[in-house]
Design a protein around this ligand. Structure first.
Ligand SMILES: [Zn+2]
Length: 106
Protein backbone atom coordinates (compact mmCIF):
# COMPACT_ATOMS: atom_id res chain seq x y z
CA UNK A 1 0.00 0.00 0.00
CA UNK A 2 1.36 3.32 -0.93
CA UNK A 3 -0.03 6.44 0.55
CA UNK A 4 -1.07 8.99 -1.94
CA UNK A 5 1.18 12.02 -1.74
CA UNK A 6 -0.26 15.16 -0.40
CA UNK A 7 -2.00 16.88 -3.14
CA UNK A 8 -1.69 20.57 -3.38
CA UNK A 9 -4.76 21.90 -4.86
CA UNK A 10 -4.22 25.23 -6.39
CA UNK A 11 -6.73 27.22 -4.47
CA UNK A 12 -8.03 29.93 -6.71
CA UNK A 13 -8.25 33.33 -5.11
CA UNK A 14 -11.77 34.21 -4.13
CA UNK A 15 -13.50 36.05 -6.83
CA UNK A 16 -13.79 39.59 -5.70
CA UNK A 17 -16.89 41.30 -6.70
CA UNK A 18 -15.70 44.79 -6.21
CA UNK A 19 -18.48 47.08 -6.89
CA UNK A 20 -16.94 50.38 -7.61
CA UNK A 21 -19.43 52.74 -6.29
CA UNK A 22 -16.81 55.28 -5.46
CA UNK A 23 -18.06 58.45 -6.92
CA UNK A 24 -15.60 60.61 -8.71
CA UNK A 25 -14.97 63.68 -6.63
CA UNK A 26 -16.13 66.75 -8.38
CA UNK A 27 -13.25 68.97 -9.36
CA UNK A 28 -13.83 71.80 -7.02
CA UNK A 29 -11.59 74.78 -6.81
CA UNK A 30 -10.22 75.36 -3.36
CA UNK A 31 -11.89 78.32 -1.75
CA UNK A 32 -10.06 81.48 -2.62
CA UNK A 33 -8.67 83.24 0.39
CA UNK A 34 -8.16 86.86 -0.38
CA UNK A 35 -5.30 88.75 1.11
CA UNK A 36 -4.44 92.40 1.27
CA UNK A 37 -2.34 92.22 -1.90
CA UNK A 38 -3.32 91.80 -5.56
CA UNK A 39 -3.81 88.16 -6.45
CA UNK A 40 -3.40 86.10 -9.58
CA UNK A 41 -6.60 84.15 -10.10
CA UNK A 42 -9.27 83.20 -12.59
CA UNK A 43 -12.09 85.68 -12.67
CA UNK A 44 -15.46 84.12 -11.88
CA UNK A 45 -17.21 86.65 -14.07
CA UNK A 46 -15.22 86.66 -17.32
CA UNK A 47 -13.13 83.48 -16.86
CA UNK A 48 -9.85 85.18 -17.65
CA UNK A 49 -6.76 84.83 -15.55
CA UNK A 50 -6.21 88.17 -13.99
CA UNK A 51 -4.29 89.96 -11.32
CA UNK A 52 -6.84 91.52 -9.08
CA UNK A 53 -7.18 95.22 -8.69
CA UNK A 54 -7.24 95.95 -4.97
CA UNK A 55 -9.15 98.92 -3.68
CA UNK A 56 -9.30 99.72 -0.05
CA UNK A 57 -12.49 100.97 1.46
CA UNK A 58 -13.16 101.99 5.03
CA UNK A 59 -15.24 99.56 7.03
CA UNK A 60 -17.06 99.77 10.35
CA UNK A 61 -13.84 99.23 12.22
CA UNK A 62 -12.17 102.07 10.34
CA UNK A 63 -14.96 104.40 11.45
CA UNK A 64 -14.72 103.08 15.01
CA UNK A 65 -10.99 103.71 15.18
CA UNK A 66 -11.47 107.11 13.61
CA UNK A 67 -14.09 107.95 16.21
CA UNK A 68 -11.86 106.78 19.06
CA UNK A 69 -8.91 108.73 17.73
CA UNK A 70 -11.15 111.74 17.35
CA UNK A 71 -12.17 111.48 21.00
CA UNK A 72 -8.65 110.85 22.25
CA UNK A 73 -6.57 112.96 19.96
CA UNK A 74 -9.03 115.33 18.37
CA UNK A 75 -10.24 115.75 14.83
CA UNK A 76 -6.73 115.86 13.40
CA UNK A 77 -6.16 112.20 14.30
CA UNK A 78 -9.43 110.96 12.88
CA UNK A 79 -8.11 110.67 9.34
CA UNK A 80 -5.28 108.28 10.29
CA UNK A 81 -7.19 104.98 9.94
CA UNK A 82 -8.44 106.07 6.52
CA UNK A 83 -4.85 106.22 5.32
CA UNK A 84 -3.74 103.11 7.11
CA UNK A 85 -4.35 100.09 4.91
CA UNK A 86 -4.63 97.42 7.63
CA UNK A 87 -7.60 99.33 9.08
CA UNK A 88 -9.48 99.08 5.83
CA UNK A 89 -11.20 96.39 3.82
CA UNK A 90 -9.30 95.37 0.69
CA UNK A 91 -11.73 94.67 -2.10
CA UNK A 92 -10.52 92.64 -5.07
CA UNK A 93 -11.79 93.47 -8.53
CA UNK A 94 -11.08 91.84 -11.86
CA UNK A 95 -8.66 94.04 -13.78
CA UNK A 96 -10.26 92.96 -17.06
CA UNK A 97 -14.01 93.14 -16.51
CA UNK A 98 -13.98 95.04 -13.24
CA UNK A 99 -16.14 92.46 -11.47
CA UNK A 100 -16.03 92.30 -7.71
CA UNK A 101 -14.34 89.03 -6.69
CA UNK A 102 -13.92 89.13 -2.96
CA UNK A 103 -12.56 91.04 -0.08
CA UNK A 104 -10.08 90.86 2.72
CA UNK A 105 -10.37 92.48 6.08
CA UNK A 106 -8.00 91.67 8.85
ZN1 LIG B 1 -13.22 89.39 -15.13
Amino acid sequence: MSKPGPQNYGIPPPAYSETENLQEPLPTEPPVVFGPDPMNLICIACGNRTITDVRTTPNNRTHMIAMLLCIIGGLLCAWIPYCYKPCMTSRHYCSICNAYLGQYSD
